[in-house]
Design a protein. Structure first.
Length: 139
């Protein structure tokens, strides 16, 4: 007696339906992945080029129980104006001082300044919470 073969002969009838479906799914996944990557790149580029003012807190020095000196480096486009917010915190994390620093529209490029933040008690850390350009851009 001969054994009955259940499978089709390989290569005789072309691709199976599963192989065609797998290929279509791979193509659709690749197209969607490329689209998502392009969209992420576009949003990132738009965000970076739209920033009018950005800043970095270089260092801070707690001078006394009521004062902190902050070295701030601001980068801005020509004729951009805005405000940067500095916040001082106590050891327990409570906010003990806050200052909004006005950035004038004159000039452009990089500005290094030292600002004083008045505090209600001794500050153990100071942070730059962000900068807002007049007109709504944030940095």
């Amino acid at each position: 007696m001969t054994a009955v073969r259940q499978d089709l002969p390989e290569g005789r009838y072309g691709r199976s339906a599963d192989e065609r479906a797998d290929r279509k799914l791979k193509i659709v996944g690749a197209v969607l992945g490329a689209g998502l990557l392009a969209m992420t790149g576009w949003f990132g580029y738009d965000y970076v080029t739209a920033q009018q003012i950005s800043a970095e807190l270089i260092k801070f020095d707690t001078v006394s129980d009521s004062e902190v000196k902050v070295h701030l480096e601001v980068r801005k486009k020509a004729d951009a104006a805005g405000t940067c917010t500095l916040r001082s915190l106590a050891e327990d994390g409570a906010e003990v001082g806050r200052r909004d620093v006005r950035i004038d529209a004159s000039g452009g490029g990089r500005i290094d300044e030292i600002y004083t933040v008045r505090t209600t008690s001794r500050a153990t850390s100071t942070e730059l919470t962000g900068c807002t350009a007049d007109g709504g851009s944030t940095g």
